[in-house]
Design a protein around this ligand. Sequence first.
Ligand code: B4P
Length: 191
Amino acid sequence: MFNLILFGPPGSGKGTQSEKLIFKYGLKHLSTGDLLRYEIAHQTPLGLEAKKIMDKGQLVPDEVVIGMISSSLDANPAANGFLFDGFPRTAAQAEALDKLLDLKKTSIRVMLALEVSEEELVRRLLKRGETSDRSDDTNENVIRERIAVYHSKTTAVADYYKKFDKVVMLKGEGTIDEIFNILSMEIDSRL
Ligand code: B4P
């Protein structure tokens, strides 16, 4: 199994690149953002609670997203590998993921981390907010709060995987195809 984490701040291109990578490598895409937005669209109790948190730019509680990932892993026993997008986002989520994969006798092969300047992130997300129905992309203060939460809580995830020498930092600015080629080279060198 080839399990990969695509990492980076909000708007760094995780979702964009994931769509291309799962197609090329036949991986199962697990995006906690997409799973949460599915719950919101279906107005489930979990979705209604999650929306309030996401609209403030905060993180949904660890136990909620860990439960979602655990169910998704169980629901895909025959996958060739998983691409984790937007998860883990806290050190507790990273430790929980390692335990879940351990139970399945597998592990994370590599974390590919996209680096993008804050001004470029804000520009991209405000642009997406003009056309998408994502309420968390329309307010610059909320976007800056998401980036602040990334620095205060999520960068710890990279520190966690650095201990196991699994992190590769990559430039996330350039055209979508240029970045896709760089990510593909990193994956190809580990297959
Ligand atoms: P996510 O859905 O994970 O989304 P994101 O971080 O906002 O953006 P992503 O990085 O995927 O965006 P992309 O680059 O594709 O999270 C949303 C919220 O859900 C979080 O704030 C949090 O509240 C909650 N959540 C999710 N997971 C959680 C977890 N594990 N724990 C707790 N809470 C969780 O796209 C950005 C834009 O840039 C797009 O419009 C794209 O077209 C554009 N773009 C991409 N690449 C580009 C390039 N190279 N050049 C120019 N534009 C580009």
